[in-house]
Design a binder for this molecule. Structure first.
Ligand code: BV8
Length: 257
């Protein structure tokens, strides 16, 4: 794996799958997990981002997500988000963005071909039934937590919870199928896989590079520091995503559209 300069990737006629993590939102002012561990109520993310954590203390979990929901509305997408949206406009259906982030900043920057594999801060669902997750910007910081009307109408009761994939929970099989279909499509074209702003610590997202390489992708890591799975990448561009992506994706200037 070589540390390379900032020449633009040869994306003409190529396909591009991007995976992003919390590092892409760092320059928008949102703490990453690596930085934020202990920032939130002195609890490890795994403690509040897990079904057991919600079972144990739903007030703490709703506070954790309500504060992040509030904060995410006060920040703005950065040049890294804009560059990713710009390269999507350039590549069209030869592009797919898979994000581990739940902050909605990619969509606010104009990205449309986005799969939120870990859910969204701005959707709520029932912890007890298959109620369709719904858009929700409310904060639940008080003693009264939201409950499911559908469960109540059936004589039961269940708390509503953030529509987030917690540790120990399965990812949406539909998402995984869509990602696999994209990776396997159009095998004759040059194919690039780019992981941006992620420590490569969380699975199965951290394994995506292997699936892409299995079909011949060139794997590029863009990160402030070497990620845990850095050895799986052909190229490593060390830097801040907002600074390096416009040049690397060949969208300087148009990224501000
Ligand atoms: C599952 C919720 C099946 C939303 C999250 C295989 C091996 C080992 C463990 C497992 C495995 N398979 C499953 C597991 C268990 C677990 C896991 O991976 N554990 C880890 C801790 C070892 N995975 C799961 O449970 C997954 N489910 O696999 O289901 C199953 C079921 C039961 C039992 C087994 C298997 C579900 C994982 C989803 C968890 N939910 N989030 C939320 O609250 O946000 S994960 C959460 O943490 C985030 O979503 C994100 O994915 C992750 C943090 O990762 P990053 O985004 O990478 O952020 P981080 O801070 O770590 O890194 C940021 C990077 O950016 C840093 O490297 C930094 O240097 C860099 N950076 C900073 N600033 C910048 C920058 N880079 C560029 N520019 C900058 N400016």
């Amino acid at each position: 794996m070589e540390v390379t300069s900032l020449e633009a990737l040869p994306l003409d006629g190529a396909r591009l799958l991007i995976l992003t993590g919390a590092g892409v939102s760092a320059e928008s002012g949102l703490a990453t997990f690596r930085d934020s561990n202990g920032l939130w109520e002195q609890h490890r993310v795994e403690d509040v981002a897990s079904p057991e954590g919600f079972e144990r203390d739903p007030h703490l979990v709703w506070k954790f997500y309500s504060l992040r929901r509030q904060q995410a509305t006060t920040v703005h997408p950065n040049a890294g988000h804009a560059a990713i949206a710009a390269v999507e406009r350039r590549l069209g259906d030869r592009f797919l963005l898979v994000t581990q982030n739940v902050d909605g900043l990619h969509q606010r920057a104009g990205s449309e071909r986005v799969i939120e594999i870990h859910g969204s801060l701005f959707r709520t669902k029932c912890s007890g039934c298959d109620l369709e997750p719904f858009d929700d910007t409310a904060s639940y910081l008080g003693r009264i937590l939201p409950t499911c009307d559908r469960c109540e109408a059936r004589g039961g009761s269940a708390l509503l919870r953030p529509d987030i994939v917690w540790f120990g929970e399965m990812l949406d099989p539909g998402h995984l199928r869509a990602i696999d279909a994209f990776i396997r499509a159009d095998p004759g074209r040059p194919f690039f896989f780019m992981a941006i702003g992620t420590s490569g610590a969380v699975w199965p997202a951290a394994g995506l590079v292997n699936h892409a390489r299995a079909v011949g992708a060139t794997a590029v890591l863009v990160n402030a520091e070497p990620a845990e799975n850095a050895s799986r990448f052909h190229r490593f561009v060390q830097g801040k995503s907002a600074e390096v992506l416009p040049a690397l994706l060949g969208v300087e200037g148009s990224a501000s559209r």
